[in-house]
Design a protein around this ligand. Structure first.
Ligand SMILES: Cc1cc2nc3c(=O)[nH]c(=O)nc-3n(C[C@H](O)[C@H](O)[C@H](O)COP(=O)(O)OP(=O)(O)OC[C@H]3O[C@@H](n4cnc5c(N)ncnc54)[C@H](O)[C@@H]3O)c2cc1C
Ligand code: SF4
Ligand code: SF4
Ligand code: SF4
Length: 393
């Protein structure tokens, strides 16, 4: 039940963190830290927590910006003219970077990397919040301010072989990019692009609807499609690794499209059904209903495009203008097509596929949330409420 009046982090802790549906987007902590209140910290497991509770002003903004809570959702829906089932979009197609340098490193067609480089070099942005590999199995959020840094952040390649002790430390695909926005202040960044999963972009949009820092500097959002993120103690112990005879040290690249794809250093790609790897998905991701990044300026994924191309969903006028500018300056290329009819059929095919995956994810999230609502004793738990296009519990 939503209570009347003002919330505080105690409500967020009860309704989201303790219920196991916190996606660790970092939105709540980012707001509280960026505004120098400093009541919240990120704990050793990546969850938000009170650091200095007596500093809490009970402003309720951490509660309001959380992608898992109801407040501000209607305002964001209205602003982005959200419509079911995958939000508003003005165009959908497959594209790729025109640069082979970028394509060689990229996850799919390198559209994200080339678009960011274009925006930076043309002065549309001063930096981009992206995620950079720190070792073969982990990434960290960084604010990139040069072409080289953006290029380094592209893709999900394992360039060196992981040492076995690193494999034991754990594997994760989740990176708290929103929290890194704070790094922008000392770098004097005023116009920032952010690349993020749907939960992260949702938190940014809620902050923007409230007109609060640090979202004020975010001028472009590039949203990744997201079925789930993985977080696992020891990848080698997992059944699917044994079943497919995969050794971590042989993996060259990881990707998700309509299944989980592990490209080996030998060049062979192993396709694993998403259902089979749910055992390593973060529990909060299984309860999440967001897939197509409905509020980004441009949403991207591999789903629906041939290898070497990125699926691009243009959602806002700003996104449309930026993509057109990069295309005009020869940074990006459309997939070759023969006729307008063919283009229309392609668009329809991709949209149907994205809608199907969004529906699958919504159903999975509903089922998981229902289990959480019923709780271990079968009774409804706190926070039961209205469900929308988000993931409220
Ligand atoms: C965790 C995760 C789950 C995904 N799930 C799906 C899916 O289910 N279906 C689907 O079709 N596509 C999914 N994608 C998107 C897909 O993998 C590609 O990122 C997308 O198609 C863009 O490809 P590209 O070659 O244009 O990007 P590139 O040019 O390779 O650039 C990728 C950009 O994403 C940033 N990035 C990488 N990892 C992260 C991260 N964890 N958090 C935030 N930013 C990151 C990089 O820093 C880089 O800027 C997912 C991506 C991620 C990171
Ligand atoms: S000060 Fe506001 S944002 Fe910070 S913890 Fe308290 S309620 Fe949340
Ligand atoms: S989902 Fe994000 S905003 Fe919500 S509690 Fe977790 S870290 Fe905070
Ligand atoms: S599935 Fe993706 S969008 Fe949902 S909580 Fe996990 S990382 Fe965030």
């Amino acid at each position: 039940m939503e209570k009347d009046g003002i919330w505080s982090f105690t409500d967020l802790e009860t309704e989201v963190v303790k219920k196991g549906i916190c996606g660790k987007c970092g939105g709540c902590v980012s707001f509280c830290s960026a505004n120098r209140i400093g009541a919240l910290v990120i704990d050793e497991k990546g969850f938000p927590a009170y650091g200095e509770k007596d500093k809490c002003l009970e402003c309720g903004l951490c509660y309001m910006v959380c992608p898992q809570t109801r407040p501000m959702r209607d305002e964001v829906d209205e602003e982005f003219r959200w419509r079911p089932p995958i939000g508003n979009f003005v165009d959908v197609f497959s594209a790729r970077s025109a640069s082979t340098d970028v394509r060689d490193r990229a996850t799919d067609g390198g559209v994200v990397t080339s678009l960011l480089i274009h925006m930076l070099e043309k002065g549309f942005i001063d930096g981009a919040a992206v995620s950079m590999a720190t070792d073969p199995l982990r990434r960290k959020a960084v604010v990139a301010t040069s072409r080289e840094e953006i290029l380094e952040a592209a893709g999900s390649h394992f360039e060196e072989s992981p040492h076995l002790e690193e494999v034991g430390k754990g594997y994760t695909t989740y990176v708290p990019v929103v929290k890194s926005i704070q790094e922008s202040a000392p770098k004097r960044i005023r116009k920032l692009a952010i690349v993020g999963t749907p939960c992260q972009i949702n938190a940014i949009r809620k902050m923007q609807a409230l007109q609060i820092a640090p979202s004020d500097m975010v001028t472009y959002t590039i949203g990744l499609f997201c079925m789930q993120c993985f977080e696992v103690g020891n990848l080698m112990e997992k059944a699917f690794m044994k079943a497919h005879k995969i050794r971590v040290e042989d993996i060259a690249k990881v990707n998700i499209k309509d299944d989980f794809m592990l490209t080996m250093k030998s060049g062979i790609t192993v396709h694993i059904p998403l259902k089979e790897i749910e055992e390593i998905a973060r529990p909060a991701c299984l309860a999440c209903k967001l897939f197509a990044n409905d509020y980004a300026d441009i949403s991207v994924g591999g789903l629906g495009s041939p290898d070497g191309y990125t699926t691009v969903m243009i959602r806002t006028i700003k996104g449309k203008e930026m993509f057109a500018d990069a295309l005009y300056h020869g940074r990006l290329q459309h997939i070759p097509r023969k006729s307008m009819d063919e283009r229309q059929r392609e668009k329809q095919r991709i949209v149907s596929l994205v809608e199907d995956f969004a529906e699958l994810k919504r159903e999975r999230g509903e089922a998981e949330l229902e289990k959480i609502r019923l709780g271990p004793a079968g009774g409804p738990s706190r926070g039961e409420g209205k469900t929308g296009n988000g993931s409220d519990g």
